[in-house]
Design a protein around this ligand. Structure first.
Ligand code: B12
Ligand code: SF4
Ligand code: SF4
Length: 172
């Protein structure tokens, strides 16, 4: 998302569950079309649902691809203890999209670790205490975070682990 749009709509970006991901998916789709135009094969992957795996009892899902791990390996950023990817310029306020392709593309070098060594702000501020520094207890996070507002729209009511991070907006 262009940064001036993001600054203007940050509050709704954080709460939104329904219109941001189609926006991401559209960028991946356009990227895939661009790859096919130059002769490659390309499949855009969904940035949120559908899941590849779902455990209804533990409310635990996995995407077709873990975009955070793909982002780490492609040099976009490093992983914070809140499990979110931190980019040097945009912090953890990035959403990630992915395209599978048969083009052989050179990778960027891995990014430097931006998570602050002795910091625990995200862990200590999570209202559900569902973060352990490596992973997240999805059931605890989901049941607290995802809800509907008075008008029936699906919203994210918690982003504490994202907002409290001193790297939330990058190094600037
Ligand atoms: C399921 C899901 C959730 C779940 C689980 C989150 C999670 N951290 O995995 C819940 C509902 C809790 C969630 C919440 C949120 N989510 Co979410 N979510 C996803 C989704 C759809 C799949 C992630 C997944 O498969 N997780 C399961 C596995 C991979 O995670 P794990 O068990 O922690 O993995 C550990 C091990 O299994 C192992 N491992 C597993 N796979 C691999 C692969 C490799 C190569 C390696 C080395 C290791 C490894 O290492 C991991 C760390 O210990 C992704 C989109 C996508 N397709 O990636 C978005 C995504 C991760 N979510 C995102 C966001 C923004 C959020 C929220 C901020 C939104 C909100 N307020 O609801 C919160 C943040 C909560 C948090 N601290 O994670 C963004 C993250 C952007 C960023 N900057 O990193 C993503 C990437 C969506 C996107 N397209 O941008 N989400
Ligand atoms: S979104 Fe909220 S409940 Fe979920 S891990 Fe982050 S701080 Fe905890
Ligand atoms: S709040 Fe602190 S510990 Fe958590 S991801 Fe940000 S820098 Fe790392």
């Amino acid at each position: 998302m262009p940064i001036h749009h993001f600054q203007k709509f940050k509050k709704s970006f954080l709460k939104d569950r329904t219109s941001i991901y189609p926006y991401d998916d559209r960028i991946s789709y356009l990227g895939a079309l661009a790859i096919e135009k130059i002769g490659g094969k390309a499949v855009p992957l969904p940035s949120d649902v559908p899941y590849e795996f779902w455990d209804a009892e533990r409310l635990e899902g996995r995407g077709i691809l873990s975009m955070r791990h793909a982002a780490l390996l492609s040099g976009i950023g490093s992983m914070g203890k809140n499990t979110l990817v931190i980019n040097a310029k945009f912090g953890n306020m990035i959403n990630i999209g992915a395209i599978l392709t048969n083009l052989e593309l050179p990778s960027d070098p891995l990014a430097e670790d931006l998570c602050i060594k002795n910091c625990r702000l995200c862990l200590d501020n999570c209202p559900q205490q569902d973060l352990d520094g490596h992973t997240v207890d999805q059931k605890l996070c989901r049941t607290y975070t995802y809800t509907t507002n008075a008008r029936g729209f699906s919203i994210c009511q918690c982003n504490r682990c994202r907002i409290v991070c001193p790297r939330a907006n990058g190094l600037n």
